[in-house]
Write a protein that binds this ligand. Structure first.
Ligand SMILES: [Zn+2]
Length: 277
């Protein structure tokens, strides 16, 4: 009987081990919202690493009301009523990056906001970050890294403090949330889907990479981009893949230099860039 029980536990763990590599997620949606709120609290507490942008509240209001909410209104965003979607700006001009944590919390560095030059380009980034949340990339990754450990400790009746230890480790190192190549690719793909229903050009997720490429910043200037380049796949490949997707969807190819419908450069300059000087 004892052996049978051991066998059951073993089979259970083997099953979990397989499942952990196939996109299983041990977190439910409410867990994600709770986890996200914990991350958000931690981020706001760490004012040195993540100083919140407060110089001109109009800027954040404009970005939230005009751009973030417009992207968020896409019917493709299924979890809008479950997750607590919200945007925060991190006041660091040296960092060209954005990130999201489970449950709907999206953060964008002022460095990236100032580097971009159209509402569309920012909408593309926002669509990408929302996609990470909708597709549950972070908790999938946590499941892969710790799922077996968490479930094993539950199955074997070990001390629950192990679980809180794991959460503490996660909170102390947000880099653990760095997404895989596949997750990045999927987030680019979903950015197009989300923006298709917005006022913005659907392929604008590539504008940031195009500007980097055209300004020769991918090989040079690695300091500002160090975090971005070390945690993201090759930007040149991402431009190519995005254009293939746009062609397949019969969407005309525009670039970061384009103007006209769906781009909104003048509005971005007036309401964002000029107000951040
Ligand atoms: Zn990403």
């Amino acid at each position: 009987m004892k052996n049978l029980k051991q066998l059951k536990v073993f089979l259970f763990l083997a099953l979990i081990a397989v499942a952990c590599n196939t996109g299983l997620n041990i977190f439910n949606y409410n867990d994600e919202v709770k986890l996200g709120a914990q991350f958000d609290k931690q981020i706001r507490r760490d004012t040195k690493e993540y100083p919140i942008y407060r110089k001109n509240p109009q800027v954040k209001n404009y970005i939230v009301n005009r751009i973030f909410n417009n992207v968020l209104s896409s019917p493709e965003i299924k979890m809008r009523k479950v997750y607590h979607y919200q945007l925060e700006l991190i006041d660091n001009d040296k960092i060209l990056n954005a990130f999201a944590v489970p449950g709907g919390y999206v953060y964008i560095y002022t460095g990236l906001i100032k580097y971009l030059d159209s509402e569309a380009a920012l909408a593309g980034v926002i669509g990408h970050e929302i996609a990470h949340v909708e597709r549950r990339h972070a908790t999938q990754r946590i499941t892969q890294a710790y799922g077996l450990q968490i479930l094993a400790s539950i199955a074997l009746g070990n001390n629950p403090s192990q679980t809180s230890q794991i959460v503490a480790n996660l909170l102390s190192g947000l880099t653990l949330l760095a997404n895989s190549r596949d997750a990045e690719d999927e987030a680019d793909e979903y950015s197009i889907k989300f923006l298709k229903n917005s006022r913005y050009y659907p392929g604008s997720v590539k504008f940031f990479f195009e500007k980097l490429r055209d300004e020769g910043k991918i090989s040079k200037d690695r300091s500002a981009l160090a975090t971005f380049l070390s945690t993201h796949p090759d930007p040149i490949a991402r431009i190519k893949t995005t254009e293939e997707r746009l062609r397949a969807m019969h969407i005309p190819i525009k670039t970061w230099r384009s103007t006209g419908k769906g781009i909104y450069k003048k509005e971005y300059r007036q309401n964002v860039l000029n107000k951040m000087r």
